[in-house]
Design a binder for this molecule. Structure first.
Ligand code: GLV
Length: 314
């Protein structure tokens, strides 16, 4: 917890801060027994058993936009408010996504590895060629806040935008902060998006429907020249299937910020050159992390003082 946010919490509540490793379920249960509020991060599994063992709990404030680590149903049954941190991390996560897109398509990390191991023999005309983006199609899976922010940036790279989102259909307007339309995306079924996009980027939440959405069949649909980007949640991609697709050059490359069993990474991926692996950095800027923690604190304080939560999960 940033100190300014700790101060805000301590001004309103008695705080029991866990400064160590993530608590086990039993440790969490013991610590939650007498608590009214919980500030959690997405590596904390807030299970049904933990929720049901905390008789006084009124609010769970996740310091993340994703909340698949919390048993929402169990919280709802107990009337516990669950909040997340949307909006404040949208731009940081969209920027990281673009860092990954540019890295994999221009082979920056691959080149960095080559230079460091002394493998660079000098400039030649057709050395380490990457792919241009202009005129190509960016396929955005999940057109929520982050997906839209990623799509907005794609305009600067002269890309066409396709999107797949359960709630979107036809042409989806892209709006700037003032609500002015500056472009549009073509909504299409996932199969078509996979078959026609040059870069596929994932921005959907992890749910029962999206777990392994990108499996062997989905990967086989993609163009051989296409790239897959995942800055959403690891289990949206079947990591073993992805390693197979990359090894057999079924797709050109992948850039991942999230993994199925973090911090473990599928062993086979580590040996491949056509994959960029970043350690779950989506929202990790100083400014954004302070804003996320502050929003979580405001949510806890609001609920515990009898007001409506600022950003309750839908
Ligand atoms: C981080 O992964 C988040 O969901 O905010």
């Amino acid at each position: 917890m940033p100190s300014v946010v700790m101060q805000r919490l301590e001004d309103s509540c008695d705080v029991d801060l866990n400064e160590g490793a993530d608590l086990t379920e039993d440790q969490l249960i013991a610590r939650l027994r007498d608590k009214q509020g919980l500030v959690s991060v997405f590596t904390n599994q807030v299970t049904r058993r933990a929720i049901e063992s905390a008789p006084q709990l009124r609010v769970i404030a996740n310091v993340a936009v994703g909340y698949n680590n919390i048993d929402l149903q169990a919280a709802r049954e107990r009337g516990i408010v669950v909040t997340n941190t949307p909006d404040v991390l949208t731009e940081a996560t969209a920027n990281l996504t673009w860092a990954l897109i540019l890295d994999i398509t221009r082979r920056v990390s691959e080149g960095d590895r080559l230079v460091r191991r002394g493998g660079w023999k000098g400039w030649t005309f057709n050395f380490m060629l990457g792919s241009d983006l202009a005129g190509k199609q960016l396929g955005v899976v999940g057109m929520g806040r982050i997906g839209r922010a990623v799509a907005r940036r794609a305009q600067a790279f002269d890309m066409r935008i396709a999107c797949f989102s359960p709630r979107a259909s036809g042409r989806v307007s892209l709006l700037d902060d003032e609500g002015t339309e500056f472009g549009s995306a073509e909504s299409m079924p996932l199969d078509r998006l996979l078959a026609t996009s040059d870069v596929v980027t994932l921005h959907c939440p992890l749910t029962d429907e999206t777990r392994h959405l990108i499996n062997q069949t989905a990967l086989a649909r993609m163009k051989r020249s296409a790239y897959l980007i995942n800055a959403a949640r690891g289990p949206v991609v079947d990591e073993a299937a992805l390693a197979w697709a990359l090894k057999s050059r079924l797709i050109a490359g992948a850039a991942l910020d999230v993994y199925e069993r973090e911090p473990e990474v599928q062993q086979e991926l580590l040996a491949l050159e056509n994959v960029v692996l970043s350690p779950h950095l989506g929202s990790s800027t100083t400014e954004t992390r302070v804003a996320m923690a502050d929003l979580a604190a405001l949510n806890v304080i609001a609920v515990l003082t009898g007001q409506a939560a600022v950003t309750p999960v839908p």
